[in-house]
Design a protein around this ligand. Structure first.
Ligand code: ARG
Length: 457
């Protein structure tokens, strides 16, 4: 492509270090779309003759069909997807192929292709996350009344419902989708026509190519256009945060599936056995989702460190932008699909959850609140009285509601039999009616809103 200035070819290690075709072949659809938009604009502006433009466009369609059928040929000598395609075009249509690159550089070309690719990736992730939300909301609906222990420090804290717990993940995913949507809106400006770095003297129409490729507008500074990889970083940061949520959900499934918890039985389809221990059913899919979150964060770090300190405009370091984005996207797609499948098919052992919720003195706060409400005891004192009641129950080896009235009154005479109505876990849960609280009525309302939001999109 640039033989005119060179006397010798590249060293073989140069070919190898320089080539991006082994990975950037994944941009082929976007590259062809960008080239077709560019050549149509060149013809409309009278920069390339109509006949040549038709030959180029038809040739690009043929190449697309070839790639679709046989994949993209990986020729390290041709360096990247842009040159592989242009060279095939020259084979197909002859010298007219050389007119395609008028008023364009690979710098704005790759920036355009990559934006288009990341935009598609964001749309794919959004569809996956919407399906995950649908699964979460469905299981939450079925379990809006199912009481389970709520934890802080992984110690039994207060009873909550399983529906409420699942809806917590709905909220996380809602924020994830909104982060991807913000990033998509910021991404959606076309760098095509910035050329190498300074713009071009040809009378191009950047608004036309932007519109043809579905961008809201052309970018406003040619130097920034070819140097900017914020859109890829935005994608990776949103992906990292999303993967953290998936990883926390996976971690809960791993804990819940362990025998001492026994809160869930993971479906066969998402578990593996052991080659030596016949009783085993391991939560491998959940563990890999947890593991993948680390790799996705690593991809985000890789591009942050690549971009840090690069001067304007294009530097070849930026060719290293694609592998971490491709890797993160593949890992995220698998993680979303695996968690969605697990949510849809996991068996919740709600009897076991209820039994554990009954056992951890989880309604101790309700006792303290009752003393405040009914006996006008200051909360700190009520806390102390309740602590003594818990100690008495532990000493007796029973849970708090199993203490007798006499035993409770020995601790504080202001306690009367009305207390027992608030010590049950169902009463405790039903009483948490503050906005966003775990009362089944609250949770059902939130589920209805979530369903409406999912249907509206
Ligand atoms: N393969 C390059 C990349 O992915 C394309 C842009 C090359 N531009 C250049 N001036 N060498 O970044």
């Amino acid at each position: 492509m640039w033989g005119g200035r060179f006397a010798a070819g590249p060293a073989s290690v140069m070919r190898e270090i320089n080539a991006s075709i082994p990975f950037d072949k994944r941009l082929w659809k976007q590259d062809i779309a960008g080239s077709k938009a560019h050549v149509a604009m060149l013809a409309k502006q009278g920069i390339v003759a109509d006949g040549d433009a038709v030959a180029i466009s038809t040739g690009l369609d043929i190449i697309a069909a070839e790639y679709e059928a046989n994949g993209v040929p990986v020729n390290l000598d041709l360096e990247d997807i842009h040159m592989v395609t242009e060279s095939r075009l020259a084979e197909l249509i002859g010298p007219a192929a050389g007119r395609l690159h008028t008023a364009r550089s690979r710098n704005d070309q790759v920036a355009t292709d990559f934006r288009l690719w990341v935009r598609d990736a964001m749309d794919e992730v959004d569809a996956g996350l919407s399906a995950l939300q649908t699964a979460l909301v469905g299981r939450a609906q079925d379990n809006a009344d199912a009481v389970m222990p709520g934890f802080t420090h992984l110690q039994s804290a207060q009873p909550v419902t399983l529906g409420h717990h699942l809806m917590a993940y709905y909220e996380m995913v809602r924020r994830d989708r909104s982060r991807f949507a913000d990033a998509r809106a910021r991404l959606n400006e076309s760098p095509l026509g910035a050329a190498a770095l300074a713009g071009t003297g040809f009378p191009i129409d950047r608004h036309a190519t932007a519109a043809a490729l579905g961008f809201a507008k052309p970018t406003d500074n040619s130097l920034d256009s070819v140097s900017d990889r914020d859109f890829a970083l935005d994608y990776l940061m949103a992906a990292t945060q999303c993967s953290l949520h998936l990883s926390r959900l996976a971690e809960e499934f791993i804990i819940w599936a362990s025998q001492p918890f026994g809160f869930v039985s993971l479906p066969d389809a998402y578990s593996t056995g052991s080659s030596i221990m016949p009783q085993k059913r391991n939560p491998d899919a959940a563990e890999l989702v947890r593991g993948h979150a680390g790799r996705i964060a690593g991809c985000m770090n890789a591009l942050v460190i690549t971009m840090k300190g690069l001067p304007l405009a294009y530097s070849k370091d930026m060719q290293d932008d694609k592998p971490p984005v491709f890797e993160a996207h593949d890992l995220l797609g698998l993680s979303i699909a695996a968690m969605t499948g697990m949510i849809e098919t996991v068996t919740f052992r709600t009897d076991r959850m209820r039994a554990l919720a009954e056992s951890g003195h989880a309604t101790a706060t309700d006792l303290a609140d009752w003393l405040v409400r009914e006996a006008n005891v200051p909360f700190r004192e009520a806390h102390h009285i309740t602590g003594r009641a818990v100690k008495a129950a532990d000493y007796k080896g029973v849970s708090l509601p199993a203490l007798s009235l006499a035993e409770l009154q020995a601790i504080d005479p202001r306690i009367d039999e009305r207390l027992f109505a608030v010590l049950s876990i169902d009463a405790s849960v039903a009483s948490r009616v503050s906005h966003g609280g775990t009362a089944p009525a609250q949770v059902r309302e939130r589920i209805a809103q979530a369903r409406a939001a999912l249907e509206a999109k």
